[in-house]
Design a protein around this ligand. Sequence first.
Ligand code: FAD
Length: 295
Amino acid sequence: MPSQAPITQLISEAEPLLSVEFFPPKTEEAVADLQQAALEINALEPDFVSVTYGAGGTTRSRSAKVSQVMKDEVGLNVMPHLTCVGATREELGEIVDEFYSDGYRNIMTLRGDPPKGQESFVATEGGFSYASDLVSFIKDRHPDFCLGVAGYPEKHPEAADLEKDLDNLKIKVDAGASFITTQLFFDNAAFYTFVEKARGRGIDIPIFPGLMPVVSFKQIQRILQMCGSQLPKALEDKLVPVQDDIQAVQQIGADWAKEQLADLLSNKVPGIHLYALNKADVALDLMKAFRTAAP
Ligand code: FAD
């Protein structure tokens, strides 16, 4: 069985780390395609991969299946994500116990977005309101889980401002998180400011920047609308004239992401997290750039 080393241990052994995020495909058949993509990605030796958890727990079984395939059949160190959406603490406890007995030692610990059709997040009766509650709960149950939490360089969409959001991030960290992975961003200056402000508040755990290369203009607009990150004008000006030319958009997206990556690595980030949208070619291109640029 492949090693499911805690990410804190990986950081102490070798920085910068490289991780790739997958989401569970909509159908069982597509899981086989994803396994092929993961095999190709595994050849470039990511330090770990993460598997997202669907809104409302809708993809719980598919998330579990994808995580298991990645771990046992592909041989990757896998960090499953878990959200508080639609689950009581008993149900979350069962999931966490299962993760533990299946051998996982890392969890990306989240509150989650409101389920479709619901405007704002409402805690399930007997469940949790914030990711920090889930962090405390898991740490009480299995102290040796290494927990990641989400950070938002351009603030979480529901937060009044970045300062308030950082206060809440500090609560999550104090509850027992071991590292932070950020929401995608396209302007490194926003990330550096975020890190500086976090450090100023005594948040001293590693902060991994999340990078997503643009692969489709329509898709990125949809994603940005949901997550609240901004497209810098310089990038928008490059994309708008070629928005219907998929190849041109992908080239611009890849070039921009590679520039961000090189700059982040030269500024000594502890690692890079790639949101590669389940696309092996997109991930491999950036992973090669990482291997070339990483010290
Ligand atoms: P929280 O940290 O609980 O924050 C939510 C909001 O509440 C913020 O505005 C925060 O400022 C505020 N807040 C936090 N604590 C307090 C407090 N104690 N008092 C008052 N206000 C507070 N979504 C999925 O559905 N599945 C996934 O797999 C998934 N993976 C993700 C991975 C990463 C790296 C990131 C960045 C996001 C991911 N998301 C995922 C999206 C995430 O679920 C949403 O952004 C969600 O709206 C917030 O989750 P959170 O864990 O950041 O919540």
